[in-house]
Every structure is written in structure tokens, then in C-alpha cells.
Design a protein around this ligand. Sequence first.
Ligand code: FES
Ligand code: FES
Length: 195
Amino acid sequence: MRSSIHAENASRTAYLPSSNPGPWAYAQGDALSLVELVEISLTVNGTAHTLEVEPRTLLVDVLREKLRLTGTHVGCDTSQCGVCTVHVAGRPVKACAMLAVQADGEDIATIEGVAKDGVLHPMQAAFREHHALQCGFCTPGMIMTALALVERTKDAPLTDAIVRKELEGNFCRCTGYQPIVAAVLAGAKAMGSDA
Ligand code: FES
Ligand code: FES
């Protein structure tokens, strides 16, 4: 990771009038003087990226705004709803609760990388078959959480109760959880899990 100060920084006084700048000019100069950028490397869905970000930038904002991977949604922005769930180093992470600099050097998977060659992943197909979505806003996060769950529990029976417990951090506002749980169990089975 490499840190640098944005070019605007070096010439702070250039934003100030030469005489009698007044409080507004100073305030603007202050705002412009604090843009520190940090270089990070991420591998997202198998593609390597090197990016410059502010230290305060959230991972979800890098994915959506810089890489245009808008399948990862933002709902609460406070780590409650789970719509921003992605995988970081194989583990499910709420991308609104992680700084981009914390993900430096990591492998990241988003919903865009789940289907292969235009064919839905078995978990995605199960959501469709079980009518486990209406508006679809929560669905990317649900599926990323479900895939991590199946991977983590592939050698043990996956039950209705376990799925409900594991989905506690993912909210759906419109479908209802019964079809979502049924889809996760069916998707796990299609993936060869002991569901
Ligand atoms: S937007 Fe990240 S948990 Fe809600
Ligand atoms: S399908 Fe609409 S919020 Fe879940």
C-alpha cells in the first residue's frame, strides 16, 4: 500500500486570494488541502485492480463507484441489512463496514462473478425457482451469504434452523423468509451439500 497527497494539496495557497481572502476562501482552502490518497490492489472476481482511494473510503463505494459493480447494494450503510455482502478472502463481509484500505491485497468476490458464461449458479437458479425474491434488492447479499454458508458447512447437514440463524444479518423487506430459506436449502443441495 502506498500513500500520497493529491496534487491539490501541494498548492493550498493557490486557492487563497492574494489579499483579504475572507473566511469562505479559507474554508474552501482547508477542505481542498486534505485529500490524501492511498494506492491499493484488489483482485475482484478474478481481475486485478490497482486503485487510489482516500483512507476513509468504504469497500462498497470502491466496488460500486470505481469498479461499477453495482450488483452489491447499499441499504442501511450501518452494517445491519446485509445487502452489501461480498466475499473477502472467501469470507462473507458487509462491504459498508470495511474500509477499502483494509481489503488491500485481498481476493474479493461479488455477485457479478457468481454466474459463469451466462449460466446462473445453482444457488441463483434456486432463488428463481423458489420465488425467493420480489424487488431483488436484498438478493445479491442473500446469495453471497448463502454461498459462504454452504462452503463453510459442506460436510455437515444443513437444516432450516441453521439457514435461518445464518441469515440473521440479511434483511428482506418484501418477499418473506420462507421462500428464501427454501431456496438456500435447494441451492445447497444442488451444489452437492448435505442439505
Ligand atoms: S448497507 Fe451494508 S449492511 Fe446495510
Ligand atoms: S426481495 Fe425485496 S427486499 Fe428482499
